[in-house]
Design a protein around this ligand. Structure first.
Ligand SMILES: C[S@@+](CC[C@H](N)C(=O)[O-])C[C@H]1O[C@@H](n2cnc3c(N)ncnc32)[C@H](O)[C@@H]1O
Length: 222
């Protein structure tokens, strides 16, 4: 089942209910309506950004039966893996959205998201790519509009420079409840990850690289 090539995965995605992507009616219809029109419940909506194969989306869905989960990525072939897993394990409170994170506000309404996870985003080390980092001020402004007041953002990385950059950016933001560790696996925050490891995380751990983690909420709603 997991051995389909890229074109076969794209074709599968067009037929799958749990893949929301451009060209489908759901892509334009769910903004502000995820709970009522897609999940048919009033549970919290947890979103994983740059989810790849959706490790947090499906992992958290198996831990929390009273929340809804949406994994977001631009790469449909990776989303297909999470989508396949969700179908095989009957995870009905899981969906995958293929879109650019820059355009997140086309698919979610202000305050619609309860919590955000950003596991192992691309570090974008070049200065000229700073605004493409998922923790740059312009992305944080976007998240702030879409998150409900007090909603946490969780961020995990192997990359020292991106972690230092993110902490520096947060210093200038109206945030609260910040916790952080430069070695998640030696910290009190490890249980908050429920044993979930992404592909990138496993790769970095196998190389002996420490995993950095931080979590915060915005202090003031926009
Ligand atoms: C380094 S990978 C990490 C994947 C996964 N989180 C993991 O830890 O295994 C970064 C992911 O973010 C996605 N991505 C990067 N920038 C994006 C953007 N602006 N919009 C949507 N997806 C993006 C990429 O397609 C890729 O799957």
């Amino acid at each position: 089942m997991y051995m389909r090539n890229k074109l076969q995965r794209f074709a599968d995605n067009t037929r799958r209910h749990n893949i929301i992507e451009p060209g489908k009616a759901t892509y334009t219809q769910l903004k502000g309506q995820w709970r009522t029109a897609y999940f048919s419940n009033s549970h919290d909506l947890v979103v994983e950004l740059g989810c790849g194969k959706g490790a947090y989306t499906v992992g958290l869905a198996q831990c929390f039966t009273n929340k809804n989960f949406v994994g977001v990525d631009i790469k449909g072939a990776r989303l297909w893996v999470g989508s396949s897993y969700a179908m095989a394990h009957q995870l009905h409170r899981v969906a995958f959205l293929r879109t650019k994170i820059e355009q997140l506000d086309q698919c979610f309404a202000p305050r619609e998201i309860s919590e955000l996870y950003i596991p192992f985003p691309d570090p974008r080390p070049r200065d000229r790519d700073e605004k493409r980092r998922l923790t740059s001020p312009r992305f944080l402004a976007l998240y702030r509009r879409l998150l409900q007041p007090g909603g946490f953002i969780h961020f995990k990385t192997d990359n020292d420079a991106l972690f230092a950059y993110t902490l520096a950016v947060l210093c200038a933001q109206p945030i609260k409840d910040l916790v952080y560790t430069e070695n998640l696996y030696q910290s009190e925050w490890l249980p908050a990850h429920y044993g979930i490891q992404t592909d990138y995380e496993r790769h970095f751990l196998s190389q002996g690289i420490t995993i950095k983690y931080l979590r915060f909420a915005f202090a003031i709603a926009p």
